[in-house]
Design a protein around this ligand. Structure first.
Ligand code: ATR
Length: 290
C-alpha cells in the first residue's frame, strides 16, 4: 500500500529520490504516505543512479515532475538543471529539482539550508518568544563548523537571515573562501576553542566529527560550549552526539540533526505539491522508520 497502486494513472505526478546507494532512504515512505494523506495524485520512487547526466537525458520523461537529490549527486544534479536558484548556485549543490509546469524546464533548488535554519529559528523562538519581526537570527553571532556542502548551506542560510557568520574549519583555506562569500570571519577549529567575543553565540556543526561509529569524538571541547546559547549538529547518527550532550550539560538549547531532515522534507513536500505539508504525519512516518 506504500505506492497507492490503484491511484496510478496518466495524470499521476511522478517523483523520485536520486542517489547511490539509495536502499536506506526514508524518503519514499515519507512522501508516498504524505501524498496519500492529502489526496495528492503522486508517487515517489527510490532511483539508484550512477550518472545523473545520463539519467536525466535518457530516462527523465515529462511525467517526472520532481526529484530529491542525495549523496553523492547533489553537485552533479546542479549541472543538469535548466535553471538554478541563486542560493543553490552559491552553495554549489541542489537538494531538489522541479519541472516547471509552464515550459517543462528543470529548476534546481537547495532546501537543505532551509531545513537547518528553520529548525534553529524554531528553537530560538521557542526559548525567547516570537520576535516582533524578522528572523531571530538577525544580528546573532552564528558559528558554522565545517566548510563542505552542509557548511556552505548553513553559512549562506545564516547570512541570508541577517546573522554575523563565522566559519571554522580544519582546513583554514576553505573556511576563508566560504567566509569571504558571506562577509564573515574565518578561523581553524583549533582557534575556535579560544574564540568568545561575546556570550550567547549560536553554533552549528557540519563536520563529520562525532558521527557513528566515532561517537566519542567532538569538534569543540566542552569548555568552549558555555559561550553558546544554542547548538545544532547536522549529524543524525547518533541523534544525541557528544557535542549535543555536552552542550546540553553546559546549559545550551540543542537542535538535533534529525530536525534538519524533517524541516527540509516539509519544504520539499510543499514545493512538490503546492499544498501545506502534513507535519505530524511526516514526523510519525520518520519516527516509525528509524
Ligand atoms: P558535507 O557535504 O556533509 O558537508 P563534506 O563536503 O565532505 O561533507 O565536508 C566535510 C567537512 O567535515 C569539511 O569541513 C571537513 O574539513 P576539511 O575541509 O578540513 O576537510 C570536515 N571534517 C571531516 N573530517 C574531519 C575531522 N576529522 N576533523 C575536522 N574536520 C573534519
Amino acid at each position: 500500500d506504500l505506492y497507492n497502486i490503484r491511484q496510478i494513472g496518466a495524470d499521476t505526478k511522478i517523483h523520485g529520490v536520486i542517489g547511490n546507494p539509495i536502499g536506506h532512504s526514508k524518503s519514499p515512505h515519507l512522501y508516498n504516505a504524505a501524498f496519500k494523506s492529502v489526496g495528492f495524485n503522486g508517487i515517489y520512487l527510490p532511483l539508484l543512479v550512477d550518472s545523473v547526466a545520463n539519467y536525466i537525458s535518457t530516462y527523465s520523461s515529462p511525467d517526472f515532475v520532481g526529484y530529491s537529490y542525495t549523496i553523492p549527486h547533489k553537485e552533479a544534479g546542479l549541472k543538469c538543471c535548466d535553471e538554478v536558484d541563486p542560493i543553490a548556485q552559491a552553495i554549489g549543490a541542489i537538494s531538489c529539482m522541479i519541472r516547471r509546469p509552464t515550459d517543462g524546464k528543470l529548476m534546481g533548488y537547495n532546501v537543505d539550508y532551509l531545513g537547518a535554519i528553520g529548525a534553529i529559528e524554531e528553537a530560538l523562538q521557542g526559548s525567547n518568544g516570537t520576535p516582533a519581526s524578522g528572523s531571530p537570527l538577525v544580528g546573532k553571532l552564528f558559528v558554522v563548523m565545517g566548510a563542505g556542502g552542509a557548511g556552505k548551506a548553513l553559512a549562506y542560510g545564516g547570512y541570508e537571515k541577517g546573522a554575523r557568520v563565522v566559519v571554522a574549519n580544519r582546513t583554514y583555506e576553505k573556511a576563508k573562501e566560504l567566509a569571504s562569500k558571506v562577509g564573515g570571519q574565518a578561523m581553524t577549529l583549533g582557534e575556535l576553542k579560544d574564540f568568545h567575543p561575546e556570550e550567547g553565540m549560536i553554533l552549528a556543526n557540519t563536520t563529520s566529527v562525532g558521527m557513528k561509529p566515532r561517537i566519542d569524538d567532538t569538534p569543540l571541547p566542552k569548555e568552549a560550549l558555555k559561550h553558546y546559547s544554542l547548538v545544532f549538529d547536522a549529524i543524525y547518527t547518533p541523534k544525541l552526539t557528544r557535542l549535543l550532550r555536552e552542550a546540553q550539560e553546559s546549559g545550551a538549547t540543542i537542535v538535533y540533526g534529525t530536525e534538519m531532515f524533517i524541516n527540509q522534507a516539509f519544504v520539499q513536500f510543499e514545493r512538490f505539491t503546492g499544498l501545506p505539508a502534513p507535519k505530524q504525519l511526516i514526523r510519525d512516518v520518520l519516527a516509525r522508520n528509524t
